[in-house]
Design a protein around this ligand. Structure first.
Ligand SMILES: CC(C)(COP(=O)(O)OP(=O)(O)OC[C@H]1O[C@@H](n2cnc3c(N)ncnc32)[C@H](O)[C@@H]1OP(=O)(O)O)[C@@H](O)C(=O)NCCC(=O)NCCS
Length: 318
């Protein structure tokens, strides 16, 4: 058994196999086209790999993808050190091969490979849709996961944003945002946000549905970025830096109006340490335990804080 990087032909083959888990409502061919488009975006072209655990005869047992993230770790001297983290997605074993430890074996080997190949490596992260136990076996620790939901609203909000943001404003919007004060954090690049917006475009086209008129908004010094999850009828807030409860309400009410006009049912925001207090004051916002997408972290070096102390904005999801 050995771990290899997939060739383009093997990636195309895995697209057809993994459609069973993630393809609906797209056809197999549409899903493959989706994957080709996403892999061509700069974020993937620069830092995405598809891994295969193969039998000695070359038969693929299980696959996954890794994406590169920039991360920052506070050292004993209080200084932040810039390093590399990796988000893992699309762990897939075909049904007839399940239950033999293949996924666990691959997760162990991928982490060992990331450790070996990344002198500045900080952490491997993933967003589990199958709970924590499977990935705990490979050294991952989960982060408590809560969402805030806000229904899409038709009636205008009395609050006004200063400006809506378009695709060309993403880099400046990220630049405006305050970085977390956490001892360790991953920070999405404009290219990672673009990957979310490309997903939005793909589903708008393939499902023939309207795209939101903006991907974010600013008010005062506060900023939000969001994207449509067409399959779930949701506008997800990718990043929120709200300097006050009032600003949080203004930005989220704008998001909820944009969601309504794009025929989406609700706005979903991932809670981060410290944001609950602000969000509790947003009229109509409710806190719910997240189903799926459970952030989990495996250190690639000593010195990382416990997982619960690490902030995970939705922009980091893969
Ligand atoms: C999850 C998956 C990758 C596991 O692959 P595998 O090669 O069978 O994994 P392993 O043999 O190493 O581990 C199997 C364990 O995963 C658990 N598991 C599998 N699917 C699960 C699910 N949906 N919910 C909770 N646990 C699950 C099994 O119960 C088993 O636990 P056990 O050994 O205590 O009985 C495979 O079931 C799969 O491809 N599922 C569809 C795609 C998917 O959901 N991927 C995960 C995305 S985060």
């Amino acid at each position: 058994m050995h771990l290899v990087l997939a060739t383009e032909a093997q990636k195309a083959e895995r697209d057809r196999v993994t459609h069973a888990a993630w393809g609906s409502p797209l056809t197999v061919e549409q899903f493959h086209q989706r994957e080709l488009r996403l892999r061509a975006r700069p974020w993937c072209a620069e830092g995405m790999n598809t891994w295969l655990l193969c039998e000695d005869d070359g038969r693929v047992l299980v696959s996954c993808e890794t994406f590169h993230n920039d991360s920052w770790l506070r050292g004993p001297d209080g200084q932040l050190a810039h390093g590399d983290s990796f988000s893992i997605a699309s762990v897939f074993t075909e049904e007839h091969l399940r239950g033999h430890g293949h996924a666990t074996r691959m997760m162990d080997l991928v982490a060992a490979e990331l450790e070996r190949a990344s002198p500045r490596g900080h952490a491997a992260v993933l967003f589990s849709d199958v709970g924590a136990p499977l990935y705990r076996r490979s050294g991952y620790e989960e982060v408590p996961a809560w969402d805030w939901n806000l229904p899409a609203r038709e009636e205008p909000s009395p609050r006004r944003v200063d400006a809506l943001l378009g695709d060309g404003d993403v880099a400046a919007a990220l630049e405006r945002m305050r970085r977390p004060e956490a001892p360790f954090y991953l920070w999405p690049s404009p290219a990672q946000v673009d990957w979310h917006l490309e997903r939005e475009r793909i589903y708008a086209e393939l499902l023939s549905r309207p795209q939101p008129e903006a991907c974010g908004a600013v008010v005062g010094d506060s900023t939000a970025l969001w994207a449509m999850m067409a399959r779930y009828g949701e506008l997800v807030v990718l990043m929120l830096d709200a300097r006050s409860g009032e600003d949080a309400a203004t930005l989220l009410e704008m998001a909820s109006a944009v969601a309504h006009r794009a025929k989406l049912a609700k706005v979903v925001l991932w809670e981060e340490p410290g944001t609950a207090e602000l969000l509790a004051r947003v009229p109509g916002a409710t806190r719910v335990a997240r189903e799926g997408s459970l952030p989990m972290v495996r250190p690639l070096r000593p010195g990382l804080p416990p997982a619960a102390a690490i902030p995970f904005p939705r922009a980091l999801w893969v």
